[in-house]
Design a binder for this molecule. Structure first.
Ligand code: ATP
Length: 435
């Protein structure tokens, strides 16, 4: 087997992402803006594939879950009811000497980690971004950019349940942007101020909540493994009693071992009936469910799975990165790979180019493909390896004679001769969604 090493520092990944236009600083022509990122063509494809894999596993592929897409700006009372206005704060400290700012709960000691200077006492800082609805900047018009997508689900829960004739246990999931004015963003896209979440709120009778929680922890953990994450680098960490939010009955984090240590990529929580109870109280709407069969009326309990798209993307990139003697390769799961196949004419001869373009056009109808005619074939393979393209298709003079091409596989680098007519079916089988 080929000798290789994995990712050793975040700098390597940041530099690959920059060089290949996967992810790079936003507004760079103006010098960039702290912790805001743009996803280029490959990054955008990768992100879509991650969201698609989540949506398939969590919503479409299940009979008990439905999707939603709720508004980013909501009625401000939502945030009063959820507790975010009062409690969604981080303790902030400033260094009196170098003026740097830190999250008190992230510090190991009570002196500045940069210069050793004395720190101010912690102040609570609310993480929600504020803005105004309409042209008048007055207190009555203050609204917030959502810091999580979950509250949109709770606020729409009754409508979705009634219009869909849903009956607990059922889940409502959504994917969308969230915003947090983080005190100390960093570690590339791990912590930023604008990011995407994939959240599922699963509503269940209180009696079955414990079991549903266990099941969701298992389902979500398996999702990462099925998508190829190295089992020795991912773990489930249960929250200690003193870490739990006051309303939560249980909570686990799914953590990944990044070059900067074990870090949360997803949280799964048994939230009791806290959310629906609060919204019922603040909105005055009855949010209970009446079971016609048992004649029981109750507030469902919520099991929540909350994953970050960007953190998940970083996980898949970090985990699949490997350096071998002759190449750097992203051994990313084919389902997630931004480009599924690259088509190469062996030489820049008109008949080969024409044939390769025709194959590209045909495959484009079903797959994300790219075409490359520049440089030696070895270089072209490496360019694709580096961004995780699972298959290379080379068109040569034999193709013109007998209609066969070379199909090269990214991980094993094996090559086989296959007929063009079989390409579609072969790729579909190899890329088959099995997660
Ligand atoms: P942390 O303790 O790291 O600030 P959290 O416990 O506040 O995170 P949750 O509120 O549980 O995070 O959010 C659920 C998920 O949303 C996280 O597991 C993460 O994947 C993602 N997420 C949260 N904050 C950010 C952020 N600032 N940037 C990118 N992703 C984030």
């Amino acid at each position: 087997m080929e000798e290789f090493r994995g990712l050793e520092s975040m700098d390597e990944l940041v530099s690959l992402c920059k060089r290949r236009g996967i992810v790079f600083p936003s507004s760079e022509i103006y010098g960039g803006i702290n912790s805001c990122w743009d996803f280029g063509p490959l990054g955008a494809e990768l992100k879509r594939n991650i969201k698609e894999a989540w949506w398939q596993a969590t919503i479409r592929g299940r009979g008990d879950c439905v999707g939603a897409d709720t508004s980013i700006i909501m009625h401000p009372e939502v945030w009063r009811a959820s507790g975010h206005l009062e409690n969604f704060t981080d303790p902030l400290v400033d260094c009196k000497v170098c003026k740097q700012r830190f999250r008190a709960d992230h510090l190991q000691s009570d002196r500045c980690p940069t210069c050793g200077g004395e720190l101010t006492a912690p102040r609570q800082f609310n993480l929600m971004f504020k803005t105004f609805l309409g042209p008048v900047e007055e207190t009555a018009a203050i609204v917030y950019l959502r810091p999580e997508t979950a509250q949109g689900i709770f606020a729409a829960y009754k409508t979705i349940m009634t219009t869909g004739r849903l009956k607990p246990p059922f889940g409502i999931g959504q994917i969308g942007k969230s915003f947090r004015n983080e005190v100390s963003p960093g570690n590339f896209i791990f912590r930023s101020r604008e990011f995407e979440q994939m959240e599922l709120e699963y509503f269940v009778h209180p009696e079955f909540a414990g079991k549903a929680f266990e099941e969701w922890v298992e389902i979500r953990y398996r999702w990462y493994l099925n998508l190829g994450v190295n089992p020795s680098k991912i773990r489930i960490r249960e929250h200690r009693q003193d870490e739990l939010a006051h309303y939560a009955k249980a909570c686990v984090d799914i953590e990944y071992l990044f070059p900067f240590g074990w870090q949360e990529i997803e949280g799964i929580a048994h939230r009791g009936d806290y959310d629906l109870r609060q919204h019922q109280k603040f909105s005055g709407e009855n949010l209970t469910y009446f079971d016609e069969t048992t004649k029981e009326r109750y507030l469902p309990v919520v099991i929540e799975s909350s994953a970050g798209v960007d953190r998940t993307l970083l996980t898949f990139l970090a985990d699949s990165y490997r350096v071998e003697s002759e190449r750097t390769v992203l051994q990313i799961h084919p389902t997630l790979a931004p480009v599924k196949a690259a088509v190469f004419p062996l030489a820049k001869k008109p008949e080969l180019v024409e044939r390769a373009r025709a194959i590209e056009d045909e495959l484009r109808r079903a797959f994300s493909v790219s075409y490359d005619e520049a440089g030696s074939i070895g270089r072209r393979y490496r360019r694709q390896d580096e961004v995780g393209t699972p298959f290379g298709i080379t068109v040569d003079f034999q193709t013109i004679e007998d209609g066969t091409v070379t199909l090269r596989e990214r991980d094993s680098m094996t090559q086989e001769r296959v007929h063009v007519a079989r390409l579609n079916e072969l790729l579909a089988a190899k890329l088959k969604h099995n997660v």
